[in-house]
Ligand binder design. Structure first.
Ligand code: MF3
Ligand code: CO
Length: 251
């Protein structure tokens, strides 16, 4: 069932989104060669606590950490760990913040050290593909319009789009209807309506789109070992246009 949120629910999610955006801005400052994803995860736990919020992912379907930290060929749901990041790595930090019951979900890929041209382009195209999807998130449009816009753009730039993981409705739990694929056909799927709150979170690969699952039964990585990047926002469908709740530029 696809629900539409009340003004009050949206206000609560907006507050959660601000904390999340702020947290990403702090993470951006921390990421450098030598830091571990476990240290970032610990930082997030403390940051959220200081802001009266909790990490919604921790314990969700028994997921063990506050964040997902996916390095290089890891597509999503990477486990934070004690290995040091090195110059040239990319790492996606994904988290869901719960502030007084309001949820927000946002992932961001960071370059470790100065990125080379190839890395810069992967991150640029992945972020732009998120915004191409967001542009379509208007009342009256259909879910397929979002995926279509993302796929058209990313494939034209020479990348592939992960199929197995999608965006989703969000609130009061992390994953609500509808699923939002990042590929597909324009004009297909359920219609978007005012008050729906969704995530768009394209995972874009340098090589093929297929993934395989690690032994931990969580972490998905590319079958060909090429890298994958991801940017995710939580947004509200509204007549005035999409309202991004996890925008880091609006703080
Ligand atoms: N934030 C993830 C998403 O975008 C949710 C990960 S599931 C969890 O859908 F179990 F790791 F929390
Ligand atoms: Co999500």
């Amino acid at each position: 069932m696809i629900t539409r949120k009340s003004k009050r629910e949206i206000e609560m999610m907006r507050e959660a989104g601000k904390v999340l955006a702020k947290c990403h801005r702090e993470i951006a400052k921390l990421i450098k060669p030598g830091i571990t994803t476990k240290e970032i995860d610990d930082f997030v736990e403390v940051f959220l606590e200081e802001h009266g919020a909790t990490p919604e992912q921790k314990g969700y379907s028994d997921y063990p950490y506050a964040t997902c930290a996916s390095v290089n060929d890891e597509i999503c749901h990477g486990f934070p760990r004690d290995e040091k990041l090195v110059k040239g790595d990319i790492v996606t930090i994904d988290m869901v913040v719960n502030l007084n019951g309001g949820l927000a979900d946002s992932a961001w890929t960071y370059a470790v050290g100065e990125p080379d041209k190839k890395t810069e382009k992967l991150l640029e195209v992945t972020k732009t593909s998120l915004y191409k999807g967001i542009e379509q998130a208007m009342p009256g449009k259909r879910i397929g319009d979002i995926g279509h816009a993302i796929q058209q753009y990313a494939e034209a730039e020479g990348y592939s789009v992960v199929r197995e993981f999608t965006g989703h409705g969000i609130g009061p739990t992390i994953h609500e209807d509808p699923q939002i694929p990042h590929f597909g056909l324009a004009g297909k799927g359920p219609r978007l309506k005012e008050g729906m709150v969704i995530t768009i979170e394209p995972m874009i690969n340098e090589g093929v789109w297929q993934s395989k699952m690690d032994d931990n039964n969580w972490t998905a990585r590319t079958v060909d070992g090429e890298r994958s990047a991801q940017f995710e926002h939580t947004l509200v469908i509204s007549k005035e246009g999409p309202i991004i709740l996890t925008d880091q530029d609006e703080l």
